[in-house]
Ligand binder design. Structure first.
Ligand SMILES: *[C@@H]1O[C@H](CO)[C@@H](O)[C@H](O)[C@H]1NC(C)=O
Ligand SMILES: *[C@@H]1O[C@H](CO)[C@@H](O)[C@H](O)[C@H]1NC(C)=O
Ligand SMILES: *[C@@H]1O[C@H](CO)[C@@H](O)[C@H](O)[C@H]1NC(C)=O
Ligand SMILES: *[C@@H]1O[C@H](CO)[C@@H](O)[C@H](O)[C@H]1NC(C)=O
Length: 364
């Protein structure tokens, strides 16, 4: 049910809600922007003439005039998931059209290049030669699009919506900038638990221009509690998943906007000095892990995720945290922007069910 007015309303909300001010940059169009057939002469994808009367270019021009960028969606198969013309075999034609229309980002969170309607001869039925999944049929489909985009006139943010298949984390960074780690997200705690479990096992592949994508955030959807929404945002930020909002912005509560615009968590996610994410630490790592630590330009950060269904108290021994050692430390709360106090040897925090603490720990 997408149309140009909804895209432009979302772009305006970026400005009005302060999302643009804290760094949100791309307004992405998902599936269903197309007519059901390609142009018979040019073979290009054709935007729906009713819902996009000025084409994608008309929308891109207006999004650009707000100081934002536009992203678009396609599929690395014969059709998109909703049955519109997909890009497999049309990579050069589609990449050229998008560039001409002023699309800056192939990265549709829900997949710039989705993974539906794969012809039988493009599937992977066996482990590829030498166990190198870069040579799998799945990888080749995305490599074809990556090559077409690389030949274009503008740099493109390329998101591989490959649903965590074909060992994508092993080769994704050679083809694009981010890659989905699972099927589509759902707005419930079970999804958060399962994606944390999967992604925490593959954090060694994350660095600058190389991001495991845990899918668009569900903050504002379903019946996540505020604590679960805080955990959702914090985990996406400290695991350095793309930060993409997947909800009707006009329906967000003040508390939800505050979560999505938290400057210290965004700064950790977008740090220009350290590309690596926070990773699990401690002597007994649970599934999913509850304690994570990572570095930013400001120092060492600790994240405590209460995956328990009850209010729980966690104790962080400073000597267990990589990079800290022993002694006294000032603990600074990234949610509130305020120092909690000075602690010797350890720090304890009591968290509501499914809530997350996010702190910077500085030698005192
Ligand atoms: C184009 O959009 C109109 C208005 O929403 C819709 O009725 C029509 O089915 C769409 N065309 C295609 C091919 O989906
Ligand atoms: C699948 O078949 C199409 C059409 O014949 C061909 O262009 C394509 O290269 C084939 N794909 C693979 C992986 O062999
Ligand atoms: C709301 O939460 C309950 C469990 O607390 C779950 O069973 C239900 O599916 C959720 N509804 C939605 C819309 O996510
Ligand atoms: C979380 O729950 C597990 C299992 O019930 C329990 O062993 C553990 O002590 C709890 N953690 C905290 C910090 O209360």
């Amino acid at each position: 049910d997408i149309d140009a007015d909804k895209v432009l309303a979302a772009a305006q909300s970026f400005v009005d809600l302060g999302l643009k001010d804290v760094g949100y940059e791309y307004v992405n169009i998902d599936d269903c922007w197309l007519e059901s057939a390609r142009d018979p002469t040019t073979q290009r994808q054709v935007p729906n003439a009713t819902t996009f009367p000025d084409g994608i270019k008309g929308v891109a021009d207006q999004v650009h005039s707000l100081g934002l960028k536009l992203g678009i969606y396609s599929d690395a198969g014969s059709t998109t998931c909703a049955g519109f013309p997909g890009s497999l075999g049309f990579e050069d034609i589609d990449a050229a059209a998008w560039a001409e229309w002023g699309v800056d980002c192939d990265c549709l969170s829900i997949c710039m290049t989705d993974n539906c309607a794969i012809p039988a001869n493009w599937t992977d039925t066996a482990t590829p030669q030498d166990d190198d999944w870069y040579n799998s049929n799945s990888a080749v489909r995305y490599r074809q699009m990556g090559a077409a985009l690389a030949n274009g006139p503008v740099p493109v943010q390329f998101e591989l919506c490959i649903w965590g298949t074909a060992h994508v984390w092993e080769w994704g960074a050679r083809v694009g900038h981010s890659w989905r780690m699972s099927g589509d997200a759902s707005p419930d705690w079970n999804y958060l638990m399962s994606i944390m479990t999967v992604n925490s096992q593959h954090l060694d592949t994350v660095d600058f221009f190389a991001h495991n994508d845990m899918d668009m955030m569900e903050i504002g959807n379903g019946n996540l509690t505020l604590q679960e929404e805080r955990t959702h945002f914090a985990v996406w930020a400290f695991m350095k998943s793309p930060i993409l909002i997947g909800t009707d912005l006009s329906q967000l509560s003040k508390d939800e906007v505050a979560i999505l615009t938290n400057k210290e968590l965004l700064a950790f996610s977008q740090d220009t000095t350290v590309g690596t994410p926070a990773t699990p630490f401690g002597s007994s790592i649970t599934s999913p892990p509850q304690l994570y630590a990572g570095a930013s330009v400001k120092g060492t950060h600790v994240f405590v995720v209460n995956t328990n269904d009850t209010k729980s108290t966690f104790t962080v021994e400073f000597s267990d945290v990589p990079g800290l050692g022993t002694g006294s430390f000032v603990v600074h709360d990234m949610w509130t922007g305020e120092d909690v106090g000075t602690f010797k040897e350890s720090w304890s925090v009591t968290l509501d069910a499914h809530d997350t603490a996010a702190v910077l720990v500085i030698p005192s």
